[in-house]
Design a protein around this ligand. Structure first.
Ligand code: HAS
Ligand code: CU1
Length: 550
């Protein structure tokens, strides 16, 4: 191992973080390859091996690897970086390794079930589609591994608090701890779904499963899951981007507030994925809608704060006039470009989210290609592109090696942006034209309606090709840097400075009381879920046997 950036982790700590990075890079590579096949398949191109069985296996593999594995391992890795910087070392190192290997084992089990065609149930694994028990047990192990990480973040936060009673922990530590708390609360839903419903059912201990209850427990988890993906991207936008772009963070207290609002508002909103489900009364759907509208607020504050920070950067770099500062931002820096382009795509994806959350509009877009357009702009861009950019920033610091193939790293975010524009925008439009999501055969035997969206599915496939090339560039840069980048001392990690000291100075304030806010979050969850869940458990329930159509 070479000398890392000053102040960054001992050799064994870097090994732990780099182990996470390896899983990130490899899972991303496999998932990106499958995505390309799917995009071409949906354009009805005759490919070798094209079949419904192959398609649903591939969509499951892509969804699980991208949404559950790539993201979770990145989030754990960056969390360790933050905790180590905050407190000087990573706590419970052996336990952290054990949790890492548990999550890897879980990924391997689920991967085996998927790639041997035993789990074509898509990443939301809705019953009555039924998978091999290894799939459910594997994913449960990934979650248990991530609980070990969450405990580590919370303990590190407490240690940092103890050493500095007066001054709050850094915004980065605050944010990663909030994300860990949010994760603990959210995963209760999926853990109960797995333990009480899906695992016993897949093992044959019970004959039937209640799809409505399972979906409800899934979405109790599924919505905060999207913020579990988003908050690390926001953490990077608040604490790394302003400085790398040459400026300062516009307001630190606003950042602290934003993460707390996510902690309390992320979970009690899951019914916005179930507007079209029977068995949940309109009143509860209404409450969840209102809370969904509320949870867009911290994102709007983020749009403002991050934009203001970028304006500071652009002006410090000599930008003038109304928009001159935008041109002055370092668009050629791979990390900065990835973040800026991710943000631009998220602007569109976020507003699409507000459309989804409106009941009447949801009935138009639900289960159409619009939804896959939406989530490729959010998790597929805001999150994934920011994480890729963060790898360009972080991996050289971890390895003490320069970024290899820098030109490819500079081009890669633009290719992703272009690919996503072609892919996601056309998916929004074809969705409005009635094209269902998750459909293998989009041609409907040349039906007239299907012909109207045909040219657009080809544009979307073209987007898929650009995304594939972009993913290939990312892989080459990462593998090159990890294995062969030229050795050179790297600058230390320094969080973005705030533009001005907060009024009243840097002191622990209301937003730093994580225990209090966690209690508020639990209370809101009970309010939003206790009665509808009780109703669901007490109504006459009709279970379903399992189905394995593919
Ligand atoms: Fe969503 C479905 C509502 C955000 C992910 N969402 C999904 C699914 C996924 C997903 C994966 O209400 C599909 C699930 C499935 O498979 O069935 N979503 C929302 C709302 C928001 C939202 C209201 N979603 C996300 C994020 C995700 C994500 C974030 C992942 C990371 N979503 C829904 C609904 C459904 C749904 C329904 C169900 C649909 C159905 O019927 O099935 C909001 O949180 C969004 C708020 C965001 C904004 C944008 C803020 C913009 C920022 C960027 C600033 C950029 C600047 C540019 C300033 C309001 C922060 C600066 C640049 C310069 C160059 C200067
Ligand atoms: Cu959601």
């Amino acid at each position: 191992m070479t000398t890392p950036a000053p102040g960054l982790a001992s050799t064994s700590e870097r090994r732990l973080i780099l182990a996470h990075v390896w899983v990130v890079v490899l899972s991303f590579g496999v998932a990106a390859g499958m995505a390309m096949m799917q995009a071409l398949s949906r354009a009805n191109l005759e490919l070798p091996y094209r079949s419904a069985r192959m398609y649903y296996m591939s969509v499951t593999g892509h969804g699980v690897l991208m949404a559950l594995v790539f993201t979770t391992f990145f989030i754990m890795g960056i969390g360790y970086v933050i905790a180590q910087k905050e407190t000087g070392f990573i706590r419970w190192r052996k336990f952290a390794w054990a949790m890492f290997w548990l999550a890897v084992l879980g990924t391997a089990l689920a991967g085996w079930a998927i790639f041997t065609f035993r789990a074509s149930v898509l990443y939301t694994f809705y019953p009555p589609l039924q998978a091999h028990p290894a799939f459910y047990i594997g994913l449960t192990l990934v979650v248990v591994g991530s609980w070990g990480w969450a405990a580590n973040m919370i303990v590190s936060w407490r240690a940092a608090r103890r050493t500095s009673q007066e001054r709050p922990v850094s915004l980065a530590m605050h944010a990663t701890t909030v994300n860990a708390l949010l994760w603990c609360l959210a995963t209760l839903g999926v853990a109960s779904e797995m333990l009480f419903l899906l695992i016993p059912w897949s093992l044959g201990w019970v004959e039937t499963v209640d799809p409505l209850l399972a979906r409800t427990l899934f979405w109790y988890f599924g919505h905060p899951l999207v913020y579990f993906w988003l908050l690390p991207a926001y953490t990077i936008w608040y604490t790394v981007l302003p400085r790398e772009a040459g400026g300062k963070l516009f307001s630190e207290p606003l950042g602290r507030m934003v993460f707390i609002l996510f902690l309390i508002l992320s979970t009690p909103v899951g019914f916005h994925h179930q507007f079209q489900d029977p068995g949940i009364s309109a009143n509860w759907k209404m409450l969840h809608t209102m809370l969904t509208m509320a949870v867009t607020f911290p994102s709007l504050v983020t749009a403002f704060t991050v934009c203001a920070s970028l304006e500071v950067a652009g002006r410090l770099r000599g930008g003038t006039g109304l928009f001159g500062w935008i041109r002055r931002l370092p668009w050629g820096e791979p990390f900065v470009a990835a973040c800026l382009l991710a943000m631009l795509l998220f602007l569109v994806g976020g507003f699409g989210g507000a459309v989804n959350a409106a009941y009447a509009l949801n009935s138009v877009v639900h289960n159409t290609a619009w939804i896959q357009g939406h989530f490729h702009l959010t998790v597929g861009s805001a999150t994934a592109l920011t994480f890729m950019g963060a790898c360009y920033w972080l991996v050289p610091k971890l390895t003490g090696r320069e970024l290899e193939l820098r030109l490819l790293a500079q081009v890669q975010p633009y290719l992703w942006f272009g690919g996503m524009v072609l892919f996601s925008f056309t998916n929004h439009v074809t969705g409005l034209m009635g094209l269902p999501r998750r459909l293998f055969e989009t041609g409907y035997a040349d039906a007239a309606q299907a012909q109207t969206w045909e040219s657009l599915t080809s544009v979307s496939a073209l987007g898929g090709i650009l995304l594939f090339v972009s993913a290939g560039f990312f892989m080459l840069v990462m593998l090159g840097t990890l294995l062969a980048g030229p050795r050179k001392e790297q600058p230390a990690i320094v969080w973005a400075e705030p533009l001005a000291e907060p009024a009243g100075g840097f002191r622990n304030g209301l937003w730093d009381r994580l225990g209090l806010w966690f209690a508020v979050a639990v209370l809101l969850v009970v309010l939003a879920y206790a009665i509808p869940l009780w109703d669901m458990l007490s109504m006459t329930r009709y279970g379903s046997p399992g189905f394995k159509p593919f």
